[in-house]
Design a binder for this molecule. Structure first.
Ligand code: EPZ
Length: 417
């Protein structure tokens, strides 16, 4: 078993270069199979979620070449085979093969995807979208057979602005006959990144980044070169870390506009930042103040940053509150922060953090990806040694986390026990 061992209490300084966005790359890779030609995607993060998607591509017989941060995918020799549970359960985003294979072949068979246990994570809106496009769905023992004689355009209203459903419906609709309109679509930057890839391949998508996306179906898609946007959640995690224990930590290679909800909340707490065109420099403030945060779909405060932010709020003077409105089980980091010395209570979907509290190292468990990130930050703040188990969750989403933290002066090691 791998663990992270952190000796905390150090002031960190230097530059962290942010990688390509996990939640974009995991959709761009399945999207690429819709092309009949070669698709090159660069700035792909080297994380285990991407390894898992490449395993699925290999299983389907697509040609995949990976060289450092780029992936070249050629899908013309591919076969439409069922994706076994052993592959789909490794990550949530394997569900993008539902939309992509349905769009390419009119048929897909796969098991329900896996991913972090942060809520029930239904896919009813994805399925409703596929049905509206003309597909029939058979579900047995968590295995989905989705099939359409012919996909056709449709007007689809999403009851919740779901990131996954918006992208999956775009993937299924790009080659459908006629026009599809997705209303109450999610507006996350990752959706814009996926629509841009599809348009570069020859699709006709407008409105991505707004709540109405229009897709005019095309008969074929070609090759292209595309870049993954910087990871706003990785950037936000390091920004929060800089506010907890940094002295001039530069978060580089980012799009600061994607982080506005976080930077305005950090400012409210008293954190001073220098915000440049593609970087933010941050230091730990002297006496940060308690704040209230409510997670919301983009451009609201990202649920994925709620867990890392909780570690910072233990430093703030007064009672901070976090309302989690997206996932019903996203406070699993809290008992472990309390074991480190935090004073956090949870009632329904609200966490109340009383601060400031001093943290002291102990052994804790990364129950999911962003819970793990929260515990890494807390471990770096805490006096003494913190050991974090279930590290594989963290490695699914943070490229070279040990190297990046070591470069800014952290004492962190990955160990096999
Ligand atoms: C994406 O998950 C991200 N994952 C999540 O990041 C992120 O937390 C989430 O969006 C919200 O921002 C990826 O992009 C791979 P949703 P997704 O569909 O697409 C409800 C991380 O840490 N819903 O936008 O699965 C759902 O229950 C991960 O990197 C339905 O009711 O999220 C939730 O309350 C964790 N029916 C809300 O919508 C559906 O069919 C938003 O979910 C789909 C969703």
């Amino acid at each position: 078993m791998k663990i992270l061992e952190i000796e905390g209490g150090k002031t960190l300084s230097g530059t962290v270069r942010i990688s390509g966005a996990k939640n974009s790359a995991v959709a761009l890779i399945p999207a690429a199979i819709l092309s009949d030609e070669k698709v090159t995607i660069c700035n792909v993060p080297e994380i285990t979620d991407i390894d898992a998607l490449c395993e699925i591509l290999n299983h389907l017989g697509a040609q995949v070449k990976r060289a450092s941060e780029s992936i070249v995918i050629e899908a013309n020799g591919m076969k439409n085979k069922a994706i076994p549970a052993s592959m789909s359960k490794k990550l949530r985003a394997s569900y993008y093969f539902m939309g992509a294979l349905l769009g390419k072949y009119g048929k897909v068979k796969m098991r329900f995807p896996g991913g972090c246990s942060i809520g029930t994570r239904p896919i009813n809106l994805h399925l409703k979208g596929f049905e509206a496009l003309g597909a029939k769905i058979l579900e047995e023992d968590n295995c989905y057979l989705i099939e359409a004689e012919k996909l056709h355009g449709a007007n689809i209203y999403l009851d919740t602005a779901s990131v996954g459903a918006t992208i999956n419906i775009m993937l299924a609709a790009v080659k459908a006959k006629g026009k599809t309109v997705i209303d109450n679509a999610a507006k996350e930057p990752e959706i814009v990144n996926v629509a841009t890839l599809l348009n570069n391949m020859g699709a006709k998508i407008t409105g991505a980044g707004t709540s109405t996306i229009k897709i005019q179906g095309v008969s074929s898609l070609g090759g292209c070169f595309h870049e993954v946007i910087p990871d706003r959640i990785e950037a936000g995690t390091y920004l929060i870390l800089g506010a907890c224990c940094g002295n001039h930590v530069k978060i580089d290679n980012i799009i600061p506009g994607h982080l506005e909800a976080l930077t305005s909340k950090l400012e409210e707490a008293g954190v001073e930042m220098e915000i440049g065109a593609d970087f933010i420099i941050v230091s730990k403030p002297e006496h940060p103040k308690a704040i209230q945060v409510r997670t919301q779909p983009y451009p609201g405060f990202a649920t994925d940053l709620q867990q890392p932010l909780t570690a910072f709020l233990t430093l703030c003077d007064g009672k901070s509150k976090i309302d989690e409105t997206i996932w019903e089980n996203r406070f699993m980091h809290v008992p472990y922060l309390n074991q480190l010395g935090a004073d956090i209570r949870i009632k329904n979907q609200t966490a109340t953090i009383k601060g400031p509290t001093e943290l002291v190292g102990t052994t804790v468990v990364a129950t999911d990806l962003r819970a793990g990130a929260s515990l890494v930050i807390a471990g770096l703040m805490a006096e003494g040694i913190t050991k974090i188990t279930n590290v594989e969750h963290i490695l699914r989403g943070y490229e070279q986390i040990v190297e990046k933290l070591t470069n800014i002066g952290a004492n962190i090691k990955e160990r096999e026990i």
